[in-house]
Design a protein around this ligand. Structure first.
Ligand SMILES: Cc1cc2nc3c(=O)[nH]c(=O)nc-3n(C[C@H](O)[C@H](O)[C@H](O)COP(=O)(O)OP(=O)(O)OC[C@H]3O[C@@H](n4cnc5c(N)ncnc54)[C@H](O)[C@@H]3O)c2cc1C
Length: 392
């Protein structure tokens, strides 16, 4: 049976569309690609934010940007000037439209909507077979970006759960020049809770409540709290809800294991795209799409997300374990980090571009005692773990 396609991308979300966009740039050398997407159409379901650095992808698309960032706790506030690396926001509708337009220019790429891959794909005679709603698809290679169905609490060091409304008020209440990255709240002492406010005009803003906890939290549980938070920011005036957005992102998860067969790889949020310490994935997905498209061009095989550097992994893991063990320290840690670390160095660290001096600057900005204590705990846990294994 001949292959219908060279490559099937399962899931036409951020990762699937980003890869297809990069492949479309190969013009006639582009493989024959099918994107299988479960939704029947795209909606403006999220916003993607990232720091604009020299080599950020899609930085021409943003709907909004901020040059001042605020971090706040009950005791103090810190304002960070990030004029040289502004915080950018792309609305999902802008990204989806841009991606679809780009893909449509290359007739070797097809997207099928309202189609779901639910079976386990099988491989016979060097071809992968997928059963769709009423069709069988075959391809030489597969990139699977389907999210993990039900996030389990032990699958990540922490889970970032958030729920937000984009609202419009009758009167001006927001300062549109300042994005509040974190306004800490002592909602529940067993987790980290903060509000995220992205004003796009004096009357309009996206207001989210975010929780870092050991369990994923369904958004229904955040609704009452979110509405109270919104009343506070809008001084109790009536508002119109334009749209809602929610998500559950893994922080420090073990990526989905790729099979030993290089013709089938996983990609996207649960396959290594999410930066462990922040959950941010948009720019990491763009970088992956770029090198994956190049690998397909050169070798015909896709590649998954590359592991982070040892220094970055070690710092992210230490940070997550400390925040998990002592969530009450989070406001102090974040305020110190943003107010005491040189902003360009911090942004390079947050954007996966840190050099040795940036790591040192980040470490020096953090309160030393809790981190040293957490390092020692980690060391003893490892040593005792090894010793127990040996005596077993
Ligand atoms: C609300 C929200 C806001 C976020 N904001 C940011 C941000 O500001 N900055 C940042 O860096 N990261 C952000 N992220 C994290 C990350 O960038 C996004 O989750 C991103 O969309 C992940 O891309 P993905 O392709 O892995 O998953 P998705 O974009 O979710 O794509 C997966 C696709 O697979 C499809 N699918 C699922 N099951 C099937 C099936 N069985 N068959 C076929 N198709 C299927 C889905 O319909 C979907 O289109 C945010 C996440 C969310 C949820």
């Amino acid at each position: 049976m001949p292959a219908n396609y060279d490559l099937i991308i399962v899931g036409g979300g951020c990762a699937g569309l980003s890869l297809a966009m990069r492949l479309s740039e190969q013009n006639l050398n582009c493989p024959k690609v099918l994107i299988i997407e479960r939704r029947d159409h795209y909606v403006n379901d999220r916003t993607w934010c990232f720091w604009c650095t020299e080599d950020s992808y899609l930085k021409h698309l943003p709907s909004h940007h901020w040059e001042t960032i605020k971090i706040k706790s009950a005791q103090e506030s810190s304002y960070i000037n990030c004029k040289d690396t502004p915080y950018l926001m792309i609305e999902a509708k802008v990204f989806y439209e841009h991606a679809l337009q780009k893909i449509a220019k290359n007739n070797r790429i097809t997207i099928v909507f309202n189609e779901s891959v639910v079976t386990v794909p099988t491989k016979t005679n060097e071809l992968w077979h997928f059963v769709g709603n009423d069709e069988i698809y075959t391809a030489k290679t597969i990139v699977d970006t389907r999210p993990v169905k039900i996030p389990q609490h032990g699958d990540a060091i922490l889970w970032q759960s958030f729920y937000g409304y984009e609202i419009e008020c009758a009167n001006a209440v927001f300062d549109r020049n300042i994005a509040t990255l974190m306004d800490f709240d002592d909602y529940d002492k067993t987790c980290v809770c903060f509000n995220y406010i992205l004003p796009t005009s004096t009357k309009k803003a996206l207001i989210e409540i975010t929780i870092f906890a050991v369990h994923p939290i369904p958004y229904e549980n955040l609704k009452v709290k979110l509405e109270k938070v919104i009343s506070r920011y809008t001084a109790n005036q009536a508002y119109k809800t334009i749209r809602t957005e929610h998500g559950i992102l893994p922080m420090g998860n073990k990526p989905q294991t790729n099979s030993h067969d290089k013709s089938y790889i996983y990609a996207g949020l649960f396959a290594g795209a999410a930066r462990p310490s922040t959950g941010y994935a948009f720019q990491r997905i763009q970088r992956w799409a770029d090198y994956c498209a190049k690998a397909i061009y050169q070798t015909q095989y896709p590649i998954s997300h590359q592991p982070d550097s040892i220094s970055q992994t070690a710092m992210d893991s230490l940070f997550l374990k400390l925040v998990r063990a002592r969530p009450n320290l989070a406001p102090t840690i974040f305020i110190k980090l943003f107010s005491q670390c040189d902003t360009p160095k911090l942004i390079r660290f947050l954007s996966d571009k840190a050099k040795l001096f940036d790591y040192i600057a980040v470490m020096l900005a953090l309160p030393p005692a809790p981190f040293l204590k957490q390092l020692l705990i980690g060391f003893f846990e490892k040593t005792i773990g090894h010793a127990t294994k040996k005596t077993d």
